[in-house]
Every structure is written in C-alpha cells, then in structure tokens.
Write a protein that binds this ligand. Structure first.
Ligand SMILES: [Zn+2]
Length: 295
C-alpha cells in the first residue's frame, strides 16, 4: 500500500482487489461540500441529499475513461424542484438545489422530489454526448444510481455513502465497488466484499486516513491503493459568460431591465453566490465591442 497517513479530505482514490475482479473508489468531501452549502439556506434533508449527490457524482466521474463533464440532475414536481451536481474528470465539482415549499428534516427522496427522475448527462471533450434517464424506482438516491450503473454499463455496482457533521462541519463521503467487465460468476465474492464495505461508519469515513479505512474493511484481502486525486469546488461562471448571455437579449429588453433595476443589472450565480454587475456604461461598451446598434 502507498503511504497515505495524513487524513486528506477532498480526495479520491481508486483501489483494486488482487484476488477478486472488483475495483473500488473512495471519496471524501469537506470543503467542496461546504462551498456548495455555504451561500444557501437549504433544509437539512436537502443538504444531505446534495451531499449524497456530490459523492455519487465524484465516484461517477472517476469511472469515466475519457476527458469530459458529467451532470447528475434530479428533477420532479415536489418541493425540491431541482438538484444538480456538475463534475469533470479533474474532479472539479459544483452543485445547486432549488426548493419551493416546506421540506421536513426527515423527508424521503419521494417526498422531496415527488414524481421525478434522474438525468445523467456525460459530455466527452471529444465525441458524442450521452444522456441516461433513471426513474426514482428505489427509495434512496444511491439505490437509483446503482440502478443506473446496472442499466448503462451492465456492471454490478454498489455505493456506500454517508453524510453528516464532524467538528461542526458538514461532511460527505463514500465508497464505490464495481465488478470488472467480463466477470459474470463472481456474485458470491462481490456480495462478500459488499457486506464488508457495508460496515463502514460515517465517523470512520470522516476521520480516518484512507489506507486505514481500507485496512479496517478488508484486512483479510489484498488491496492495492492508487494515487490520491484532489477534489475541488469550481464554478464555471465568469463575467465573460454573463456578457455573452446578456448580448443574446434584445437591446430593448436590456434597457428595460436597466430602467427597472435602478441602472444596474445584477446577474447572480446560483452555484457559487457571485454577483456580476453591469451598469449602462458597461452595456454601452459591450455593444460597441460587438458592433451592435444601440437602437
Ligand atoms: Zn458561479
């Protein structure tokens, strides 16, 4: 095993079992998760769900075999109208939720989302975009994502995800186990490894070094732990992007907003909480830059 004594949060590691055709990933999120929660006042149940979604997306992006982006989006007709996490294979993640109504602390997935589904969009840098839709057929988000793996890759996959609070900070972490392709008859050993992984607690995932977690779970097994990847919160918003979307609006509409909002257009990013302000002078400069007519 690689020496990995420090408790590195916001990291992802892959691992392999030498004696079983099964691979694993472990991901632990602290700052990334906090960045997603900090500018919002989400109900507790939504905070937990976003934590699960974040862990699941991190684990999912680590299964990509190419450069690209992934979006895991929950939508429905319940009080949680939208929850989405975007990630890429550099483990840059961001996420947001929209709530419209009351959500109890112990609300179930169904109570939050109502009639809904999960859309998983994978956009490779080169090649075709892929979109998979999974119904909310299981009681938990994680159960639904396991279904997605079964449907899309035909590979038995288990996710073990915990969210909680440690040292007054929200944390989210999880482990993925997946049968390697072309191994049909390993149900017994996959169940055995899953049963071992099932015993992990939130406290262990939030507090122990990665190699110690793997040792606690699999000390009867030969496990190879691979290099550590850093996970960061990164929002793709920028002033340039705001300018681009502003300039798609008709000039008259921009003028109207400027009038109504007291001479300033305030574009607010839901993901990171940043504000981008544009006044009449900014707009005039943008129009000049793009050779657009003022009238
Ligand atoms: Zn942003």
């Amino acid at each position: 095993m690689i020496d990995n004594k420090a408790i590195n949060m916001d990291t992802l590691n892959r691992f392999l079992f030498d004696n079983h055709p099964v691979r694993g990933e472990i991901t632990r999120l602290e700052k990334t998760y906090q960045s997603i929660l900090e500018n919002h006042n989400y109900p507790i149940a939504v905070q937990n769900l976003l934590g699960e979604l974040l862990v699941a997306t991190s684990l999912l992006t680590a299964t990509l075999k190419f450069d690209g982006d992934i979006a895991v989006q929950l939508q429905g007709d319940g009080p949680l109208t939208l929850a989405v996490v975007n990630g890429n294979n550099q483990q840059e993640l961001r996420g947001v939720a929209r709530v419209n109504g009351e959500i109890a602390d112990d609300a179930t997935l169904k109570q939050m989302v109502g009639n809904g589904y999960i859309v998983i969009t994978i956009t490779p840098k080169k090649g075709e975009r892929y979109q998979g839709i999974v119904g909310l057929e299981k009681e938990t988000l994680i159960g639904c994502i396991e279904n997605y793996f079964m449907q899309s890759e035909q590979l038995p996959t288990r996710l073990f995800v915990k969210t909680g609070v440690h040292n007054n900070k929200p944390m989210a972490a999880g482990i993925l186990l997946q049968v390697l392709p072309a191994n049909e008859n390993i149900q017994a050993s996959f169940e055995h490894l899953s049963a071992l992984t099932e015993t992990i607690t939130g406290d262990e995932l939030f507090q122990l070094p990665t190699d110690e977690i793997l040792y606690r779970l699999y000390n009867q097994e030969e496990v190879r732990l691979f290099e550590t990847h850093q996970i960061i919160f990164k929002c793709g918003c920028s002033r340039q992007r705001c300018e681009d979307s502003l300039m798609t609006l008709p000039a008259s509409e921009i003028d109207e907003i400027l009038n109504e909002e007291g001479g300033k257009i305030d574009i607010h990013c839901d993901y990171c909480g940043k504000h981008y302000l544009f006044d009449a002078i900014d707009i005039a400069q943008l129009r000049n830059k793009r050779h657009l007519n003022y009238h």
